[in-house]
Design a protein around this ligand. Sequence first.
Ligand code: PSU
Ligand code: MN
Length: 304
Amino acid sequence: MQAFLQFSPEVQAARAAGKPVVALESTIISHGMPYPQNVQTARDVEQVIRDAGAAPATIAIIDGRICIGLADEQLELLGQAKDAIKVSRRDLAYVLSQKKLGATTVAATMICAKLAGIEVFVTGGIGGVHRGAETSFDISADLQELAQTGVAVVCAGVKSILDIGLTLEYLETHGVPVVSVGQPAFPAFFTRDSGFKADFQLDTPEEQARFIRTKWQLGLDGGVVVSNPVPEASAMHNEEIDAIIAQALREAGEQDVKGKLVTPFLLARIKELTDGRSLVTNIALVKHNALVGARLAVALHATH
Ligand code: PSU
Ligand code: MN
């Protein structure tokens, strides 16, 4: 299993020095944002993590290896590739054994982070229960992964392309705690308040770290969602984003978009329909999550 892992020199050095490491996903680069903003954001997010005292490890599947930490030219490769495969739990063995280029989702990044001994993972938004899931059965594999894989996932909540209420119900059923930072509300990615409450508000990295460590010390495996709202100045207005999401969902239905294509289709349409404003918000929230995640990683590391 360790034979599949390829650590970057930076991550290798951090491990040797006993420094905390923060995992980052790559589907956000290949399928979540357009080039060149995707690569620039990936670089900026890594720098935020370094500045906060942790080492960034962007994860992707390249040449039959699980790369834990990417060189600059590998980030560029993923950012420009038209053929990168979106890799969730289901796809991991195929993409590795066929030596294809793979960008990892939240689910696959959690698996790889766990294999690499990384406890904190920063992203933008997680997948969830899609609207209409009662007939489509479309529930992201991210939720099952959170149920079983012990990695803390720092995100800005879930987009209202999803059924946020059902996503929270699903997480509750599977025993996944949803923590909020700085407010009681569970955020809705582009906006700060989804209208639902998180389970527990924990504002400081130390409190978050104690909570997460306690869970794992009890033998309660599985992930934790640490939901961090987009900074006020970068948040979108509810009415604007709601109307656009409704239109994107309508178009996905009309064009019969299915399976793993649904989320990338919706993300791309939202960006177009907002004239790129959603992308500005998206970049701001990921950077803020990186700061919260790096501080959490430092605090969690100190509890060992
Ligand atoms: N939500 C976002 N941005 C993203 C994704 C979700 O706001 O980039 C990506 C993540 O990689 C997530 C994946 O794990 O989409 C979920 O896809 P699906 O719904 O097909 O499980
Ligand atoms: Mn799906």
